[in-house]
Design a protein around this ligand. Structure first.
Ligand code: ZN
Length: 315
């Protein structure tokens, strides 16, 4: 049985969503939370209110120019932040800053021991670059957490584990030559899916060579392929003994996702979360922050994320 688990949920966080039938709509938090209530999970966690990040916090990872560009995009009438995946919507800056701030609030509570593990379902925006939006991601809350761990808490060796169906390119390339960012990412092969990166030969550069593990799976791969890949992830993490575990648990690898082609069941999320809880207990005093990431079939994201939350509570 783990310690206290914090769950981030609230109206300001739910506003991170794109309008007009965009796959990442503002209804995803609600879809997850009603299932969590139906399973009684809400009574086993501490529900925490979202918090909006300050500019200076966002700029720990992002460039000042880019943060300003996001802040003013709406009044300047800009339609998309990127080539067409990430449209500007009313209140976008505030919503994206709330995704970041909620992750930082979770981090602070984990580091002070107020909670042992936390889940931020609307976080995990792993495609955003330091100076650009990409793939539905405005601010990269994960990168802000990593840079905050280093800058504010003197925690250097951080595990980043990503089971979203898409490669976590925004995190991977930001830390490609950083030997203390221990990276493991299982995703659909980039030859068949956005963003096209994450080949097995991408293992980190310079001093970081070997600290990054990318495992691309072919379209149609399911739970068995995931289990084989997961054993490699565990071995990789054990080799480096991280001091903190950051988990991006995108639900878009489940069968029936409208944007991708893998066939996981929600068991994959239970397996990964349980395993990471045990590794975090072993190496990192239990410190684990999970972020929802992608997932565009509402039933799938509800099932996958409730499995993650259940394991955070019980593993
Ligand atoms: Zn994804």
């Amino acid at each position: 049985m783990g310690g206290r688990v914090c769950l981030y949920c609230g109206e300001a966080l739910g506003r991170y969503g794109f309008p007009q039938g965009h796959p990442l709509g503002a209804d995803r938090q609600g879809a997850f939370f009603s299932e969590a209530v139906a399973r009684g999970l809400d009574r086993e966690v501490s529900i925490m209110a979202p918090r909006r990040a300050k500019r200076a916090e966002i700029e720990r990872f992002h460039t000042r120019d880019y943060v300003e560009r996001v802040e003013h995009a709406e009044v300047r009438g800009i339609e998309f932040l990127d080539d067409g995946d990430t449209p500007v919507f009313p209140g976008m800056y505030e919503a994206a800053a709330t995704v970041v701030g909620s992750g930082l609030d979770a981090l602070s509570r984990i580091m002070t021991g107020e909670c042992q593990r936390a889940f931020q379902p609307i976080g995990g925006l792993h495609h955003a670059r330091r100076d650009a939006a990409a793939g539905f991601c405005v601010f990269n809350d994960l990168g802000v957490v990593v840079d905050t761990l280093r800058g504010e808490y003197a925690v250097q060796r951080v595990a980043y584990v990503d089971i979203d169906v898409h490669h976590g390119d925004g995190v991977f390339y930001a830390y490609e030559s950083d030997p203390e960012l221990i990276f493991a990412d299982i995703h659909e092969d980039g030859r068949f899916l956005y963003p096209g990166t994450g080949a097995a030969y991408e293992t980190g550069s310079g001093k970081a060579q070997g600290t990054k593990l990318n495992i691309p799976l072919p379209p149609g791969a399911g739970d068995q392929a995931f289990s084989h890949a997961w054993a490699r992830v565990v071995a990789h993490l054990r080799e480096f003994k991280p001091q903190f575990f950051l988990f991006q648990c995108g639900a878009d690898g489940l069968e029936g996702d409208p944007l991708a082609h893998l066939r996981y069941s929600p068991q994959v999320h239970a397996q990964a979360a349980r395993s990471l809880c045990h590794l975090a207990d072993e190496y990192a005093a239990g410190r684990l922050l999970a972020c929802g990431g992608g997932g565009y079939n509402r039933d799938n994201l509800a099932a996958a994320w409730c499995n993650v939350l259940r394991e955070l509570v019980r593993a």
